[in-house]
Design a protein around this ligand. Structure first.
Ligand code: SAM
Length: 215
């Protein structure tokens, strides 16, 4: 995997199989914070004491690390449970090559045998095609990060069927964040039981999507 520097000075990789970059080239850290951790009510949920996050397409864990930072900043005693779904089991072997500014990136580096656990934080990873592994997921989540490669490259990851399987694992009122604002993606989210609205636009780029589970 080729390592590249993004616009905010943080590094990411170009995926060998799909030829796409794992994060926005305008800023990998910025994307994790602004498009995922900030617009998903993490601080608010953390103040209630516990937060359960489903991280679909975990990658190298930037979105999860940004979320843990946001939760611990709001409430250092908060319990944080993350379930990550990821197909590429080689990525964890690359995290030591990355030095993002997330205070919580150490937790990602500490993942051994697909999990990390201390008194407050649990991270569990399930490797395999998320369209299949989602069906075995147990629990109800407050927040979902949906971060596959683009709809053009991976249309199979943006279908109504997959979104319905994700929705089935979320609490009513749970918030899903994704970088895509493509109309077909939003239509499939609505068909799967979400209300959709614009998420943050970074710079002059198109907005992301924030979807709330309503059914
Ligand atoms: C845009 S990157 C996600 C970056 C990640 N969210 C992070 O914070 O580092 C897309 C990720 O989706 C993963 N992926 C692609 N197809 C998948 C599938 N069918 N099931 C699970 N993960 C998949 C890729 O391996 C890659 O890590």
């Amino acid at each position: 995997m080729k390592k590249i520097k993004t616009g905010d000075g943080s590094y990411t990789f170009v995926d060998d199989k799909y030829g796409e970059v794992l994060h926005s080239i305008t800023g990998a850290e910025e994307e994790a914070i602004k498009k995922y951790a900030e617009p998903t009510n993490i601080a608010e949920l953390a103040m209630k004491g516990e937060i359960n996050i489903l991280d679909v397409c975990f990658g190298v864990g930037y979105n999860s690390a940004a979320a843990i930072d946001a939760a611990l900043k709001a409430n250092s005693k908060c319990k944080i449970n993350i379930l990550g779904l990821e197909v590429n089991d080689k990525l964890l072997g690359l995290v030591d090559e990355l030095t993002p500014k997330f205070k919580s990136y150490g937790f990602i580096r500490e993942i051994k045998n697909n999990s990390y656990k201390d008194n407050n934080i649990t991270i569990q990873l399930i490797f395999g095609d998320a369209r299949k592994t989602i069906k075995k997921v147990k629990g109800e989540f407050d927040v979902c990060f949906l971060d596959p490669f683009s709809p053009k490259t991976q249309p199979e990851m943006w279908t109504e069927e997959f979104f319905k399987d994700i929705a089935a694992k979320l609490k009513t009122g749970a918030v899903l964040a994704t970088y895509s604002c493509a109309t077909p993606v939003r239509i499939n989210l609505v068909r799967a039981g979400f209300d959709v609205k614009d998420g943050p636009s970074i710079g002059r780029r198109a907005p992301s999507t924030i979807a709330t589970k309503v059914l």
